[in-house]
Design a protein around this ligand. Structure first.
Ligand code: IDP
Ligand code: MG
Length: 160
């Protein structure tokens, strides 16, 4: 069974989480990954990647009429990003909570954006906004074979 088939046929929820170029440049990669690890979700894919313009445009296609769209594409393609696939029941909504509000000044302390960022245009991390978009975005950012099929030894201590 190929990794792609596992994702496509899986009922398990997955979220596409991406550390944006500012998070990489500011040395926040370990800190941000650590928050998802400690929460107890399962990391299924991870890579450092320089995003081509076309991929950034496709990823953010719902925002293409917005005035900030060209700047958003420049931002996301301005340096390498960390692409991640995280798995677990409720991971999409939970990751959005861990990440915090889009505007870091409105994000609660304790959230990634609330603790680590000050501007919407430099908000360090992306998280899928629905399970369907989680699937769509993981298929967009990862190639076949890039996702691992594994279970953590922690799973029985996280899920009863
Ligand atoms: P989200 O990342 O919290 O889901 P979205 O509304 O989906 O927020 O916007 C996607 C990304 O576009 C944001 O994370 C941010 O990087 C950028 N963005 C959204 N609104 C603005 C804005 O008003 N000015 C500049 N950048 C924005
Ligand atoms: Mg969004």
């Amino acid at each position: 069974v190929s990794p792609r088939r596992i994702v496509a046929s899986s009922d398990v929820e997955q979220s596409y989480i991406m550390i944006k170029p500012d998070g990489v440049q500011r040395g926040l990669v370990g800190e941000i990954i650590s928050r998802f690890e400690k929460k107890g979700f399962l990391l299924k894919g991870l890579k450092l990647f320089q995003c081509p313009k076309e991929l950034a445009q496709e990823h953010y296609k719902d925002l293409k009429e917005r005035p900030f769209f060209p700047k958003l594409i420049d931002y996301i393609t301005s340096g390498p990003v960390i692409c991640m696939a995280w798995e677990g029941d409720g991971v999409v909504a939970s990751a959005r909570k861990l990440i915090g509000a889009t505007n870091p000044l409105q994000a609660e302390p304790g959230t990634i954006r609330g603790d680590l960022a000050v501007q919407t245009g430099r908000n360090v991390v992306h998280g899928s906004d629905s399970p369907d978009n989680g699937k769509r975005e993981i298929a967009l950012w990862f190639k076949e074979g890039e996702l691992a099929q594994w279970e953590s030894v922690q799973t029985p201590w996280l899920i009863e």
